[in-house]
Design a binder for this molecule. Structure first.
Ligand SMILES: Nc1nc2c(ncn2[C@@H]2O[C@H](COP(=O)(O)OP(=O)(O)OP(=O)(O)O)[C@@H](O)[C@H]2O)c(=O)[nH]1
Ligand SMILES: [Mg+2]
Length: 397
């Protein structure tokens, strides 16, 4: 025990000189060791990251925009849909590293014991035990905890024999919204540096926090985020969400060293969350899944064209209501897609008041039914030309 960069309670990291026949490095007592650690920060690295092609996704957005709920729903839905529709196994690369996201999933979809009891995912903190601490170049540095998954084709998948084209290690990050606000310090708390490595940015935009969206919704919606209710624990971003997007782009340009006028090459997906609360403004009320069993294949094909059609409709809506969100996104990235999702499928209820008389927003897992929460991920794979999800042309017409 005792590591120079991580501290006394961590196992000693070392560069092995001798190996057993399976390639495991012997420690100084001759015990074979199977885990790997990063030479720079000494944090664990799942082997999948070295053996498979990597796909990084950063989830950004203002405080309370719904990032953590969206992430939990996305992962929960991917585990199911990837296997059922695309004959692909989507699983934890290292269950220990994914503990927090598993906690979100159990809270949101199963509850502690009774799926009828109210539960809530806590606000993501800006510091504390959800981050890793390592001495890098002698400075104590806070690093965000990645969630790492592997994608591998299952027996019916047409690319089973070409594993290297389909298999991937996927790395996702969930930050506190405050880390994306103007003034968030990149050097002393570098928790958003993953933006520089990302293959896709998902910017979570919450229409219920925007007065222009709320005013445009004429029909009453029974959600405290749409209608102020006394004592409801509704949280809000201290600055407009367009400003937060602008700041995310500025952070990114700084990290990848490009000029303020240069466009970012990677796709930007604007995830319009809490669709259940503002769906009256969209013309696609049924919202069928954008994949269907393909006639020429044993698995489904993803209908990217339909997602792009909906994206154009959402873009029109945003141009009417928040034109500067569209202009900020489209001057920043070469490829912008707008996707509406609901992480929960319905509004939160008000829980028991806390000591300050504030009633937290909470859900009964039995009522949680995500809508399209895995689609931003499928679209990011499609845009990156990844092969695990076959793309069909108008498969559902
Ligand atoms: N109606 C509705 N409310 C949602 C949905 N997803 C999240 N919420 C509500 O939005 C609130 C904020 O969600 P979080 O996921 O904690 O937001 P966050 O972006 O992670 O916030 P920070 O951790 O502070 O950055 C929660 O109280 C949820 O009740 C949704 O799909 N529909
Ligand atoms: Mg959060």
């Amino acid at each position: 025990m005792g590591d120079s960069k991580l501290g006394d309670y961590f196992q000693l990291r070392f560069l092995p000189q001798r190996f057993d026949l399976d390639g495991a490095g012997f420690d100084q007592h001759g015990v074979p060791c199977h885990k790997l650690a990063c030479p720079n920060c000494h944090l664990p690295i799942p082997r999948a990251l070295l053996h498979l092609s990597n796909f990084f996704v950063s989830i950004a957005g203002a405080p309370a925009s719904g990032k953590s709920y969206f992430l939990a729903s996305m992962i929960w839905s991917l585990r199911k849909t990837m296997a059922k529709a695309f004959s692909t196994n989507f699983t934890d690369a290292d269950p220990d590293m994914n503990k927090r996201i598993k906690g979100y999933e159990s809270a949101q979809f199963m509850g502690s014991d009774n799926p009828n009891e109210l539960v809530a995912i806590a606000k993501t903190d800006v510091s504390g035990d959800i981050y890793n601490q390592s001495f890098i170049n002698g400075i104590s540095t806070t690093l965000a905890q990645p969630f790492i998954f592997t994608i591998e084709p299952m027996p019916k998948h047409p690319l089973l024999k070409q594993m290297e084209r389909a298999a991937q290690a996927v790395c996702l990050y969930d930050n506190a919204g405050e880390s994306f606000l103007p003034g968030a310090d990149l050097s002393s708390l570098p928790v958003t540096r993953h933006l520089a490595r990302s293959n896709t940015i998902m910017f979570v935009f919450d229409p219920t926090q925007d007065v222009r969206f709320r005013t445009a919704c004429k029909e009453h919606v029974d959600d405290p985020q749409m209608n102020p209710t006394d004592g409801a624990g509704v949280r809000k971003s201290p600055v407009p969400q367009e400003t937060v997007l602008n700041n995310v782009i500025t952070q990114m340009r700084t990290l990848i060293h490009i000029s303020p006028r240069e466009k970012i090459k990677i796709p930007l997906i604007v995830v319009l969350t809490k669709w259940d609360a503002w769906k009256q403004l969209t013309k696609f009320p049924h919202y069928r899944e954008p994949w269907k069993k393909a006639s020429n294949m044993p698995i489904s094909a993803y209908n990217a064209e339909r997602v792009e059609e909906y994206s154009n409709q959402l873009r029109e809506l945003l141009l009417d209501l928040i034109p500067n969100l569209v202009s900020t996104a489209e001057t920043a990235s070469e490829k912008v897609t707008y996707i509406a999702v609901s992480a929960t499928g319905g509004p939160p209820e008000l829980g028991e008041p806390d000591i300050n008389g504030i009633r937290p927003l909470a859900y009964r897992p039995i009522n949680v039914n995500p809508i399209w929460s895995e689609v931003p991920f499928f679209h990011s794979q499609f845009l990156a030309g990844k092969y695990c999800i076959p793309v069909g042309k108008r498969v559902d017409k």
